[in-house]
Design a protein around this ligand. Structure first.
Ligand code: FES
Length: 120
């Protein structure tokens, strides 16, 4: 399969049973993609695929063929600088234990980039 991960085009072989979480963590060492519940409930594994946030634990890696995938690592600057949204989470102490924070941030990015108006 071929896809784009954080702006880089990659071509790879994947097990048809593998989740996108496993591919991103094991093959590309993108460890911001956390394994929490692994049943699509907690959001710790959230990534953005073609502009929409998905639970990567219940998304097969092969479904990502031809798609654009973004993880928390892709938000950072070239020197590892934090993005504005990451800094905002720090400034507002918007963490619990921190494990799922990358997934929360990717959900926030989807909301911000969607252009949709949200209410409280
Ligand atoms: S690990 Fe909980 S939703 Fe994916």
């Amino acid at each position: 399969m071929t896809c784009t991960i954080n702006g880089k085009t990659v071509e790879t072989m994947v097990d048809v049973r593998a989740s996108l979480t496993d591919m991103l963590r094991n093959d590309y060492h993108l460890t911001s993609v956390k394994k929490g519940c692994e049943v699509g409930e907690c959001g710790a594994c959230n990534v953005i695929i073609d502009g929409e946030c998905y639970n990567s634990c219940i998304y097969l890696a092969v479904w990502a063929d031809g798609r654009d995938i973004r993880t928390l690592e892709g938000l950072m600057g070239p020197g590892g600088e934090l993005s504005d949204i990451q800094q905002a989470f720090i400034d507002e102490a918007a963490v619990q234990c921190g494990f799922c924070t990358p997934g929360f941030i990717m959900s926030a990015v989807e909301i911000l980039e969607s252009g949709r108006e949200y209410t409280r």
